[in-house]
Design a protein around this ligand. Structure first.
Ligand code: ADP
Length: 249
């Protein structure tokens, strides 16, 4: 442990270039994706990504609530991201806060660019993301889970949306930050990619980095998204080879 003022900060990168959990800079945490985890939703998925545990459920296309949001030419995509009070070490205040509103908005907008919403005018496609355990990168885990849930619900999309956060730790660009890296690192840059077109549909940044580091981060993040994309496709293949988890309702 090194120390900055009174605060103990962990050594984020060993002399051998390994991270706190032994990963290389370009290595993802382990990811497990289960498609079709809930019976009552039209589509659902459970994602365990490092120490993150995230459930996504999709309902629709269905009647729009509240009614005034209805659009005559397309479906509205409504996303609700929520982090459970018990999802973090120190109990978080339950309920809606600014952070969850912002994350819901950016995730919903990301899906607006891939879902064929025009095919379902005057309806709503509702995406619920529940973070049950959080360890940084939950918006990315939420995007992955929601993509799988949308696919499970049979909603037509241009593509799935793999997502990952890249960051800067101990002066180096690193893929898929975990909590300590996010807390004590210099920057955090979540992104979501449409793999077929190579377009980024979500890109946010906290912290600071140089222009060169930003280019390097984008390259590493896109590569990470493509790796996650393969796992997402594999999870869908597994789901439809074995049937719903826990049998039919
Ligand atoms: P993301 O989870 O997408 O990385 P943030 O960068 O906002 O989003 O959060 C990083 C991590 O910080 C979260 O995954 C979670 O582990 C933790 N965290 C976020 N909000 C809170 C909170 N209100 N209380 C405690 N921990 C939190």
């Amino acid at each position: 442990m090194g120390s900055v003022g009174a605060k103990e900060v962990p050594v984020l990168l060993s002399p051998e270039g390994l991270r706190i959990d032994g990963r290389q800079l370009n290595e993802l945490r382990p990811i497990r994706i289960q498609v079709g985890a809930l019976h009552n939703a039209d589509g659902s998925a459970f994602v365990e990504w490092g120490a993150n545990k995230v459930m996504a459920a999709v309902y629709g296309p269905r009647e729009v609530h509240p009614r005034h949001l209805q659009q005559n030419n397309k479906a509205v995509i409504q996303c609700k991201y929520n982090m459970a009070a018990f999802a973090v070490d120190e109990r978080k205040r339950p309920g809606l806060d600014r952070r969850s509103q912002e994350i819901s908005k950016v995730i919903g907008e990301a899906f607006e660019s891939v879902v064929f919403a025009e095919e379902y005018p005057r309806t709503s496609i509702d995406i619920y993301i529940e973070v049950l355990q959080a360890n940084a990168g939950t918006r990315c885990a939420g995007l992955v889970a929601a993509s799988m849930a949308l696919a499970d619900a049979g909603i037509p999309m241009v593509d799935l949306l793999p997502a990952v956060a890249v960051g800067k730790i101990a002066g180096k660009i690193a893929l898929d930050l975990k909590k300590e890296e996010d807390n004590f690192g210099d920057a955090d840059l979540p992104m979501a990619l449409v793999p077929q077109s190579g377009r980024l549909v979500l890109l946010q940044m906290e912290g600071h980095m140089t222009e060169d580091e930003l280019s390097q981060s984008l390259e590493l993040g896109v590569q990470g998204c493509r790796e996650i994309y393969e796992k997402m496709k594999q999870a869908l293949r597994e789901r439809y080879a074995t049937g719903p988890i826990g049998g039919s309702a």
